[in-house]
Design a protein around this ligand. Structure first.
Ligand code: ACM
Length: 526
């Protein structure tokens, strides 16, 4: 007995220190990098540290800009600096980056701009979490080699229901960059409002832009083409591609207010919901619109929606022109008409050298595999994901549960959606497991990645925007970037603390999972 007790205590002590060491050994980065090692020593980053660029001037500039903004550290291009941060182009590192922190230098290596950018982001995150003390940031000597699990890491924002504007979108792009998310899917048209200037059809913006989800007469709100170009440029600097969505043939109410001659009618609940599928003038009109939209977005991809057409196509089977079209093209039902419409508009995009992107309703249309991307959103229709893959379509995964961020994140929250009692708490976003879907080996490469969608029916203001986006955006980032074996919710929560502090400093109205009453749920009153 006498001998055992002290032995156990010593054993417990060893266990405790091991545990402690394990906890300390994660680099403070979200999303968790693929490979890392902690070497002894640290780099003291102070105001005399210099920056040396051996390639990648734009990413070097971004580091200087963010070091000043987030760390209050100037980074000078002085050759005589005793300690330096080096950004270096190498040839063997596609598509990721390497960071090596040593006593007198930090080296970021990458073979392309994207890799260099993500190396910069990781360094900024490490420094932000390490915190400045007496004008110095002590960075542990990490060696990191990193690359993403999935190529498509997206956020969709609906600005038709409510319009947020340039500054809020730029702030979102800043955070997307901070989490290495690379695709901004911009839902610019829908029933409440049309939000993009089209010069050949000006009423789309000035008439279609009037109103929002709660106020049908709210003054017209939309992005001018110059503003769109500015957002695209800003996103590009942050390695984010911007993909516009021009929703058709449904969700077209706002457009039809501006140009009623192209309406295909609607239902009692959804008046003027569709474009007319049997008028040649409608196809010419929409083609002209897509030409203008294409010229603004260098992504060579456009999302044409294709969702929920049955909400408002009740006039189609009664319309003599639609019946004539059906007879001529041997279309046997309304879904055939919908697919016919969509295939024609997709052809317009192909002539513009664009891929067509569509919601999962289009997984059964006859679209070319090499020019189409399907978005699986109906979590209650798993078969749509299977169909999309079986038909050979590259697919983005964004099921409502847990990736629709307008869904509640806590059982007792009141404002937002639930689906048969289910909602989208932070841990459900984090624990989403693509491996549990049993995707066939030969179809795995068709899964491009994961995206979260912020629909804004219940998001009339920035407080609600922030509350729903932050920090679920961080959980999304780790699910889509990090390998499954590197994911751990407790580890994520430890690293998240520094991010909540950043949100606080940025005056975001974020949801605090450690203290859910820190910011009460913002009220939504339609
Ligand atoms: C959708 O949520 N209607 C794609």
């Amino acid at each position: 007995m006498y001998l055992v007790k002290p032995f156990s205590l010593a054993f417990l002590f060893v266990l405790f220190s091991l545990n402690f060491t394990v906890a300390q050994q994660q680099p403070e980065i979200i999303p968790m990098p693929a490979n890392y090692q902690l070497n002894p020593g640290e780099f003291l980053w102070d105001s005399k540290v210099g920056i040396t660029l051996e390639g990648f001037p734009d990413q070097g500039n971004y580091l200087q800009q963010e070091a000043l903004r987030l760390l209050n550290m100037p980074l000078l291009e002085i050759e005589s600096a005793s300690k330096t941060i080096v950004i270096k182009k190498v040839n063997d590192l596609k598509p990721g980056y390497k960071i090596n922190i040593q006593q007198n230098s930090v080296t970021i290596e990458a073979s392309n701009e994207t890799g260099a950018f993500y190396g910069v982001i990781s360094l900024i995150q490490l420094a932000h979490a390490a915190k400045e003390k007496h004008g110095e940031i002590a960075l542990p000597n990490w060696e990191i080699q990193d690359s993403p699990r999935y190529a498509w890491r997206g956020i969709m924002l609906d600005e038709s229901r409510y319009f947020f504007g340039m500054e809020k979108v730029k702030q979102l792009l800043d955070h997307m960059a901070y989490y290495k998310l690379n695709t901004f899917h911009w839902h610019l048209t829908d029933a409440p409002g049309w939000r993009i200037e089209i010069k050949s059809f000006p009423n789309l913006a000035t008439v279609g832009g009037i109103g929002n989800q709660s106020e049908p007469n709210a003054p017209a709100a939309y992005y001018t083409q110059e503003e769109i170009k500015e957002i695209v440029r800003y996103a590009r600097e942050r390695m984010i591609q911007v993909i516009p969505e021009i929703d058709m043939p449904g969700h077209a109410t706002a457009a039809n207010r501006a140009y009623p001659e192209h309406s295909g009618g609607g239902s009692e609940k959804y008046p003027d919901f569709t474009f007319h599928p049997a008028k040649e003038t409608t196809y010419a009109y929409l083609s002209q619109i897509l030409h203008e939209v294409d010229a603004l977005f260098p992504s060579n991809m456009m999302h044409l929606g294709g969702d929920e057409v049955s909400f408002g196509n009740q006039m189609w089977p009664k319309d003599p022109d639609v019946l004539k079209l059906m007879a001529k093209e041997s279309l046997t039902g309304m879904k055939d008409v919908e697919d016919y419409f969509f295939e024609r508009m997709a052809d317009t995009l192909f002539r513009l050298n664009n891929k067509v992107l569509a919601w999962d309703e289009m997984a059964t249309a006859n679209l070319p595999r090499d020019k189409t991307i399907i978005f699986w959103w109906r979590h209650d229709k798993r078969e749509q994901l299977s169909l999309s893959l079986k038909n050979g379509y590259p697919t983005v995964v964004c099921p409502r549960i847990p990736f629709y961020f307008d869904f509640l994140q806590q059982e007792d929250h009141k404002y937002g959606r639930k689906w048969a009692g289910a909602f989208a708490p932070l841990d459900a976003v984090y624990n989403f497991d693509m491996d549990a879907f049993g995707i066939k080996k030969e179809e795995e490469d068709l899964i491009l990645g994961i995206q979260a969608n912020l629909w804004t029916e219940t998001v009339p203001n920035e407080d609600r925007f922030d509350f729903l986006m932050y920090p679920r955006i961080a959980a999304l980032a780790e699910v889509v970037w990090s390998q499954k074996e590197d994911q751990s919710y407790p580890g994520f929560m430890e690293r998240l603390a520094a991010h909540l502090e950043k949100y606080k400093a940025e005056k975001l109205y974020y949801y605090d999972p450690f203290d859910p009453n820190h910011h009460p749920e913002p009220v939504y009153e339609p």
